[in-house]
Design a protein around this ligand. Structure first.
Ligand code: ARG
Length: 325
């Protein structure tokens, strides 16, 4: 069974203001699995978020296409070199944003809750992602695939599983409906902390918020509403909050994949790399500039398939102090 340790949170005056239980980091006994999409039909053809620049893409589409193929390949290699298995969604003409499978579904304990997209430009992706998830079910990677009802919800892009706390952090506003928080909590029977988003710039939670394996949260504060920030500080000790700077967020580095002590992201500013290294993380930077023209980075180009609410085996756990210091 997954052990957890009590963790007291104190304010600057040393008063205990909340208490949180963090699970120690497991030594992975099951190979981490991700979904990525073949980027053959990626392009930037419309604008549904403020980062999207069709005119920049069109000005040199051949070069951007080459950069997209090599960036996607580099991300796949970084995942595989970090010990993960990568499954692939086939490319589809006319669905350029299919390269962002984080938006396909929320997956926990082998159960996939497939997305409903807000924008018509992306709604055509739903049947393709559902088909890809069904194939994974046939292969035994997943156990169940159902589509969310009654709200917009854009997958793990707006619903980050925090394995250290055993909760979902759920974003809403520009894309996912506020109601999705309740639907996710009911469906998975796990606690949900709802974080309404404050801006159109950071339109999915994963653009501004990233739980790391040791319990730290890398986030960009201006992207969260005051209500969301209050909810975050209630649950997370100040020394576990890592505030990203504007340049980190604009470089899509908060949109990162946390895999053990490795964090994979679009090429980071050196300062961010150093701050994460001080906490014991190795940052793998990948050139994802072509995907940034669509408003995406490393996290949204992947979907983690093997998250478990209660990992079955944990061996050789580091102490909470060393994991979180
Ligand atoms: N162009 C895509 C969109 O606007 C980018 C999606 C990036 N996905 C994410 N989870 N942040 O929907």
């Amino acid at each position: 069974m997954w052990e957890s340790a009590s963790y007291s949170l104190t304010d600057r005056a040393g008063n205990i203001r909340a208490s949180e239980r963090l699970a120690p980091e497991p030594i992975m006994t099951q190979q981490p699995a991700y979904l990525m999409t073949d980027p053959a039909h990626f392009d930037v053809a419309y604008t549904i978020n403020p980062w999207m620049r069709p005119e920049v893409w069109t000005a040199d589409s051949a070069a951007h296409r080459r950069a997209a193929l090599s960036g996607s390949q580099a991300l796949r290699i970084a995942l595989e070199d970090s010990g993960a298995r990568v499954h692939t969604v086939p490319a589809q003409p006319g669905l350029p944003d299919l390269v962002f499978p984080a938006n396909a579904a929320i997956v926990l304990d082998g159960r996939a809750l497939a997305a409903r997209f807000r924008h018509p430009e992306r709604q055509g992706e739903e049947p393709h992602f559902i088909r890809a998830l069904e194939v994974l079910k046939d292969q035994g990677v997943l156990k169940e695939v159902v589509q969310i009802e009654g709200c917009f919800q854009e997958g793990a892009g707006d619903s980050h599983w925090d394995a250290a706390r055993g909760i979902f952090w759920v974003g809403s506003g520009p894309r996912s409906s506020a109601r999705s928080a309740e639907v996710i909590a009911d469906h998975f029977g796990r606690p949900v902390a709802h974080l309404p988003l404050a801006t159109d710039q950071f339109y999915h939670l994963d653009t501004c918020f990233c739980p790391l394996s040791g319990g730290e949260i890398l986030y960009y504060p201006p992207a969260l509403t005051p209500e969301a920030r209050a909810r975050l500080t209630e649950r997370v000790a100040p020394d576990l909050l890592i505030e990203a700077e504007a340049e980190d967020a604009a470089a899509f580095c908060v949109n990162a994949v946390s895999l053990g002590r490795t964090v994979i992201m679009a090429n980071p500013p050196e300062r961010l790399r150093g701050r994460l290294a001080e906490r014991g993380y190795t940052v793998l930077g990948v050139d994802l500039s072509a995907f940034m023209l669509s408003g995406g980075g490393a996290f949204c180009m992947t979907l983690r398939l093997d998250w478990q609410s209660a990992p079955a085996v944990t061996l050789n756990q580091p102490s909470l102090e060393s994991a979180c210091s």
